[in-house]
Design a protein around this ligand. Structure first.
Ligand SMILES: NC(=O)c1ccc[n+]([C@@H]2O[C@H](COP(=O)([O-])OP(=O)(O)OC[C@H]3O[C@@H](n4cnc5c(N)ncnc54)[C@H](OP(=O)(O)O)[C@@H]3O)[C@@H](O)[C@H]2O)c1
Ligand SMILES: [Zn+2]
Length: 375
């Protein structure tokens, strides 16, 4: 990938683990699975701790319904697609359902999708990837087959597994997916200590805001608040009212950040938390997250468990360098979005211990520098 034009759609795809298979470039089942993935993308950052499953219903080569799971407790993607077909006055009987993840077969807050699909007369179900949730794990496919429904598994399987990787991690470990984002100078530094020097180019700002939008919690270190005084709000793509909910978390173990910092300002849908190890003077409108001390700060693993308990499935670590290195050193990061400017930032180079198993996942170049995603 080179000289990529960073439209909002492209930024969103990259921020959600893409680029994703282009439906126009796919044929047959893969084409419709790519469409189901496009549906699923609409649920990223909304559905956790559930997976943002996308589904399309196809009859005689035509999409008659589509849906996505966008909130825990709300209907799943399959049921949303069936409802969409109904709203369009289409009959799902005899159709094929393309689903990014194996349909569920258990009673959660909603009924099993296997039942909804069978009752609607769907005759074939094409699944991207199996659901590793022990309550499903092939059980959904078996139930569908027992109802006489033809089942196909693994269509765009790799892309669907990548898409649902945050959910898989949560099922396996109970921890949310952690994305790290940093902009570095050509000298590998964030700039001179205590100063903001690196001006992030606009196209990277788009990506940074797409990453925020895909996340349910942002985490920053105390120095970043003191140096940059950021708001940490959702301002992408339209600079209007916030349209996403996420928690803003500041690592301020001893409560040193003054009450005047902009991050403490109230924002609807974007509550702010202070991660502390002691009992500092309370701040109005700010909830304290009490964490055990570890090393020279708070236990980051405990922070992640606390966030998972709040229903957070995707966390974005926005820096600075100390916090980024802390997350990396403990092996708590799943993916790293690194922007390397063509200009030096004129500070000490940052030591970032990238896991040996990581590979370059995607990359793009702009006239001002290079962006890379590692995972
Ligand atoms: N270019 C970028 O992408 C980017 C992004 C963000 C920030 N920045 C820059 O980075 C600089 C700040 O970075 P920094 O390295 O000095 O500080 P930082 O990472 O922002 O903050 C570090 C502080 O966070 C607190 N903390 C609590 N628990 C922690 C833990 N487990 N691990 C690490 N920190 C913990 C500690 O505060 P206590 O000292 O109170 O214990 C620690 O000193 C600023 O100049 C900012 O402009 C750049
Ligand atoms: Zn379901």
């Amino acid at each position: 990938m080179s000289d990529l034009e960073l439209t909002p759609d492209v930024a969103w795809a990259l921020a959600t683990g893409g680029p994703w298979p282009e439906p126009a470039a796919q044929e047959g089942d893969a084409h419709f699975m790519a469409m189901a993935l496009q549906e699923g993308l609409k649920g990223v950052g909304l559905a956790s701790p559930n997976p943002p499953v996308g589904c399309v219903l196809v009859k005689a080569g035509r999409i008659i319904g589509s849906g996505v799971h966008t909130r825990a407790g709300d209907p799943h993607g399959e049921v949303m697609a069936l409802r969409d077909a109904e709203a369009r006055d289409e009959d799902p009987a005899g159709s094929t359902a393309y689903v990014t993840l194996e349909p569920c077969c258990h009673h959660g807050r909603t009924g099993p999708c296997t039942v909804a699909l069978a009752q609607s007369g769907v005759v074939r179900v094409v699944v991207g990837v199996r659901d590793p949730n022990p309550r499903v794990d092939g059980g959904g496919l078996a139930i569908l087959r027992s109802q006489g429904i033809a089942v196909e598994e693994g269509v765009l399987g790799e892309a669907c597994a990548r898409f649902h990787a945050p959910f898989f991690k949560h099922i396996r470990t109970g921890l949310p997916w952690v994305t790290l984002k940093l902009a570095l100078g050509s000298d590998g530094s964030l700039g001179p200590p205590g100063r903001t020097t690196l001006v992030t180019p606009p196209e990277v700002q788009h990506l940074a805001h797409a990453l925020r939008r895909a996340s349910e919690a942002l985490v920053v270190g105390r120095h970043t608040i003191e140096v940059d005084d950021p708001q940490l709000t959702d301002r992408w793509p339209a600079p209007t009212a916030p349209h996403r909910s996420f928690a803003r978390v500041v690592m301020d173990e001893a409560g040193r950040i003054p009450p005047t910092a902009r991050v403490w300002g109230p924002v609807a849908g974007q509550p702010v938390f202070r991660a502390v190890t002691s009992d500092p003077v309370p701040l109005r409108g700010v909830a304290d997250l009490h964490l055990p001390p570890e090393g020279r700060g708070c236990s980051l693993r405990h922070l992640l468990y606390e966030l998972a308990a709040m229903g957070v499935g995707r966390v974005l670590v926005e820096g600075g360098g100390t916090l980024a290195a802390g997350f990396l050193a403990q092996g708590l990061v799943d993916e790293f979005h690194r922007f390397q400017s063509d200009l030096p930032a004129l500070g000490p180079p940052l030591e970032l211990p990238l896991p040996a198993a990581w590979r370059l996942d995607s990359a793009a170049r702009w006239p001002t520098g290079r962006w890379e995603a590692w995972r």
